[in-house]
Design a protein around this ligand. Sequence first.
Ligand code: CP
Ligand code: NVA
Length: 305
Amino acid sequence: MKRDFLSVRDFTREEILESFELAMDMKKDRAKYAEALKGQALALIFEKPSLRTRTTFDIGIQQLGGYSLYLSPAEINLGKRESVYDVAKNLERMVQGIMIRTFAHSIVEDMAKFASIPIINGLTDLLHPCQGMADYLTLLEYKGKLDNSLKMVYVGDGNNVAHSLMFAGARLGVNVTVVCPRGFEPNLNVFRTATEDAKVTGAVIEVTNDIPTGVKNADAVYTDVWASMGQESEAAERRRIFMPYQVNSKLMSYAKDDALFMHCLPAHRGDEVTDEVIDAANSVVFPEAENRLHAQKAVMYKLMK
Ligand code: CP
Ligand code: NVA
């Protein structure tokens, strides 16, 4: 049966850890996998902009011996020029996999339901699972383990990136605390599901509005933009609300001395993070961005091989 990757929860804990092993091997020995997906085509549907996701899927499939096809909003105009069903039914006859970045999460779910080929979620308003994979691969590389002796602290908007960090932390057994202004907490269903998953692995998933207690003992401090793609009109209002939650040296001082700084990027320097923090020696934002490539190659391999 074909498999999709719409959420980190589509993989078991064992499958996530296997993907990380595979990703690290692919990173070490690219040539070994040069024909792994030989001749396979991946359609890249983007309804929002991207630097990392587009580049890493495009280069990633080529490094596995396949090739990609970029489809911009102008080409497809999903759901307006043509229904999601019809797009799925066309593309399944032409390519072997689809990566899609869009707005409503239901669009990727519909695409997965209608298409007979694997669908990979390249970000929706609800989730960013490929980012979550790269984030914990990076944590594993820098901390040498993934268990409940680690505390991942996400500071900022309870958004798609926060949700995937919670899901992946819960699956892997890493504690996750979300620190956010009142009214910007993560989605309640995501929180409840992550809490259930965490019972199996022994992780603790917490949400708080209090910065010092939330950030205390953090092994990694993570942030993201205050206004996500599609929320541009709220940017000024959000800046006012979120400014007390800026990740600066004072906020980092509540974390462990060796805490990593992480960010999915793009960063708005001077808003959610200061230059001092993002450019510090313990900032891993660029290795984290590179790991999008390796983590997604492992996901593509698992779904398309
Ligand atoms: N982190 C991330 O998904 O970056 P892009 O929006 O540039 O793809
Ligand atoms: N939360 C951000 C992530 C960008 C990679 C957004 O959705 O715009």
